[in-house]
Structure formats: C-alpha cells, structure tokens
Design a protein around this ligand. Structure first.
Ligand code: FE2
Length: 243
C-alpha cells in the first residue's frame, strides 16, 4: 500500500482548526503524519492539541513557541501579546507536557524527507525564510530532495535547480526528479497569508505529488476560547482575517 503523508504544523493550540484538518486527513486517505512544530502558543487549547498530536505517534520537530514555553527563555524583548500567551501556556501544561516539548528534536529525517520548523541552516535559532535568497542558505544544508518546514505561517514552495533557487506560489504539483524542494506547509492554527482557512500539505509518496489543502473551520469557536482564557483580544481578531 502506498504512503499518503500529511505534513502539518504551526497548530498553535487551535483545537478547532486541528480537528477539521484531521477529519480532512481521513477523507484524503492519509496513512502517515509529520509535524513541523509549534504545537502550542497563540491559541487557548495547548494541552488538547498536544494530546491529539502525541496520539498520532508521528515525528514532531521543535518550533520556537514549543521552545519558549518549555525553557526559561527571557520574555523581556517579546511583543507583549506573545509574552502573555507564552506565560499563560506555561501555566496550562504539567511538568510531563513541558518535558515533552523541551525534548523535541530540531530536525528529523524520515522516509528520505527532512522536517524542520524554520530552516536547515541553524535550525536552533529559528530564522525566517520569506524569499529565495533566504532559501538558498537552507539548500546548502538540506541533504534530502524534499524538506518540509513552517514558521512563517505562509505556505510556499522553494525549488532548487542547477541555475538557482526559485520561489513558487503554493500549488498542487508532481515533484520532478533531480530537483530539491523546500516546502512551507503553512499553518493549521494561525494562517498569515490573508486567508483565514487552516492549511496543511498532503504528499503522496509513490506518485510524488504535493497537494496544499485549505479548510474552513469554526473561527468563532477558537476566538471564544481565546477570550474566555483572558488572552489578548488581538490574537482572536487576527484569526478572522488570516494575519
Ligand atoms: Fe509558529
């Protein structure tokens, strides 16, 4: 039987979005999962999301929010909203959950596919890749033909050809042989490309096809959780517009 792999990340404690994504995975016949990190942060259901992701039993790499919540990271230089949600999330999780986040690896290679939260050049400092110049540094360190990542919350394709690196808008495509791809799978729980729908990617291992999925979910329910938790209202508002 072929492998149909769902790659999802930047869930950010949004259980309403995560449940819709996992329902869609069942419809897509997904057999395996890979997670590009940032399970927690920004939204109000960190423990619930961690439980669901852990039950998948899949590889998960460490995102910057997973790191902030599980370490003694100083938050003085953080945006006040980001600091507030990191502090709140630390209070919601028990010691075992914090330990799990802390011990996540920065990079995983499985089935010939690399997973990283940010970029393969210095994955522990969580640099952002928004253009093909920044993607070039990643490709120097990317050893497999295919690498999935997240972090910017903006789905994107970076392609390395002999002639250079190209940035391609997200679209369904079949991987040609002989090129390298660094693919941003977007965000389940806090998309930032002005499309509020949850995003993830389905990769058919045998057919070598990549499919970007966009799914509507109950944004108002996620907003209500944020308000009930007493988290900054801006975190609720941005979900409605995808920024
Ligand atoms: Fe994130």
């Amino acid at each position: 039987m072929g492998k149909i792999i769902a790659i999802l990340g930047d869930i950010h404690a949004n259980i309403d979005a995560l449940n819709v994504v996992l329902d869609d995975c069942r419809k897509e016949g997904v057999t395996d999962f890979l997670c590009t990190g940032d399970v927690v942060g920004y939204n109000a259901a960190p423990s619930e999301c961690m439980k669901v992701i852990r039950e998948l039993g899949c590889p998960v790499v460490k995102g910057n929010h997973d790191h902030y919540v599980s370490s003694d990271q100083n938050l003085d230089d953080f945006h006040p909203n980001a600091a507030a949600v990191v502090r709140w999330t630390r209070e919601q999780l028990d010691a075992e959950e914090i330990d799990w986040l802390y011990n996540l690896p920065f990079v995983v290679t499985q089935m010939g596919i690399t997973l990283v939260h940010s970029t393969m050049d210095n994955p522990e400092t969580f640099g952002y890749v928004f253009d093909h110049f920044q993607a070039e540094a990643n490709f120097i360190c990317q050893k497999t033909p295919l690498c999935f990542h997240g972090h910017t919350h903006v789905p994107m394709i970076y392609e390395k050809q002999v002639a250079g690196v190209y940035r391609i808008d997200p679209q369904d495509f079949k991987l040609p042989i002989g090129r390298k791809y660094f693919i941003n799978v977007g965000s389940v729980g806090q998309p930032r490309d002005r499309d509020p729908r949850a995003t993830y990617v389905v990769y058919d291992f045998l057919a070598r096809t990549v499919k970007f999925r966009r799914l509507e979910y109950d944004v108002e329910a996620a907003q209500e959780r944020i308000r009930l938790a007493g988290l900054p209202s801006r975190l609720a508002e941005r979900l409605a517009v995808g920024e």
